[in-house]
Design a binder for this molecule. Structure first.
Ligand SMILES: Nc1ncnc2c1ncn2[C@@H]1O[C@H](COP(=O)(O)OP(=O)(O)OP(=O)(O)O)[C@@H](O)[C@H]1O
Ligand SMILES: Cc1cn([C@H]2C[C@H](O)[C@@H](COP(=O)(O)O)O2)c(=O)[nH]c1=O
Length: 217
């Protein structure tokens, strides 16, 4: 019988380095001879990416109800799980995902103030018990991450999406919620100090991947 693959997620606020370090994680795992499926949320499949457009579109004259935002996050997740994540894990591939349900607890829970019980109900309905095997939480103060984000937006000539337009208090609440979740589940989370050189961050990530016994047994 094929052994189920592992599910690794990267989490953290805006601009902390998730996409940059995602590439590092994928390359490191592939160097160990592992088949890796790299993906992201919201999105990861064509229909889920269409939902991402609705969620991130800053459309200045329109608003999105917070309950609609929450439900769309889980609708995109249901599609992503069925079409991509679950089949990959079943055939033994490892899935590395840029954000997953911890982002919902942090942004819709911490940021928007939606009660955790409502998120838990949707999580149980959509995920049916699936949780990541390891979550790398890239943590740094939002003020420092904002500077990185702004320089990336300048370099890439892109504009802020709907979440990136939020104020400092929102991002502080997101960070607090992430840290609280990491403290509740230390066996799943690795808290990585993202406020250091890229080489130092990647060294911490490498040590975490190599040292997490639950991934390898
Ligand atoms: N440790 C680091 N030190 C300095 N700059 C970094 C570091 N890590 C990433 N960066 C730079 O910071 C910017 C943001 O990084 P990245 O896009 O990977 O963040 P992100 O968390 O994926 O952002 P988002 O939340 O918007 O998806 C990029 O320009 C990247 O090159
Ligand atoms: C999965 C998920 C994501 N979000 C937010 C967080 C970010 O602002 C965007 C995604 O953009 P990124 O540049 O790809 O990080 O979506 C959220 O609010 N809730 C979620 O569950």
């Amino acid at each position: 019988m094929t052994k189920r693959g592992r599910f690794i997620t990267l989490e953290g606020g805006e601009g902390v380095g998730k996409s940059t370090n995602m590439q590092y994680v994928v390359a490191w795992l592939e160097a160990q001879g592992i088949e890796v499926v790299a993906t992201r949320e919201p999105g990861g499949t064509p229909r889920a990416e269409a939902m991402r457009q609705l969620l991130l579109d800053p459309a200045p004259d329109e608003w999105l109800h917070t309950d609609a935002e929450l439900l769309l996050m889980f609708a995109a997740r249901a599609q992503h799980l069925a079409e991509k994540i679950l089949p990959a894990l079943a055939r033994g591939a490892w899935v590395v995902c840029d954000r997953f349900t911890d982002a919902t607890y942090a942004y819709q829970g911490g940021g928007r103030g939606i009660p955790a019980e409502r998120i838990e109900a949707l999580e149980a309905f959509v995920q049916k018990g699936l949780t990541p095997d390891l979550t790398l939480l890239l943590d740094m103060p939002p003020s420092a991450a904002k500077q990185r984000l702004e320089s990336r937006l300048r370099d890439q000539h892109t504009t802020r999406d709907r979440f990136e337009q939020e104020q400092t208090a929102f991002f502080q609440a997101v960070r607090d919620a992430y840290r609280a979740r990491a403290a509740q589940s230390p066996e799943r989370f690795a808290l990585i100090n993202a406020d250091q050189s890229l080489a130092a961050v990647q060294s911490d990530i490498r040590d975490t991947l190599a040292g997490r016994a639950t991934l390898w047994h």
